[in-house]
Design a protein around this ligand. Structure first.
Ligand SMILES: [Zn+2]
Length: 55
């Protein structure tokens, strides 16, 4: 029920709820040495921030 498993991108340190997105992030970070907003918007950290600013 409470599956809190997250996957971390070892390059930028952001966490993702799914392995696939974390892999995408890692691949991008490796190649570009920067973050792709399209990917990082799915990170746990970004979603948390959004929830906080929404209130
Ligand atoms: Zn990354």
């Amino acid at each position: 029920m409470t599956d809190k498993k997250v996957y971390q991108c070892p390059e930028c340190g952001l966490h993702y709820r799914d392995d696939e997105t974390a892999k995408k992030c890692k691949a991008w970070c490796n190649e570009h040495k920067s973050c792709n907003l399209e990917i990082t918007q799915h990170s746990v950290e970004t979603k948390k921030l959004r929830e906080q600013t929404k209130a």
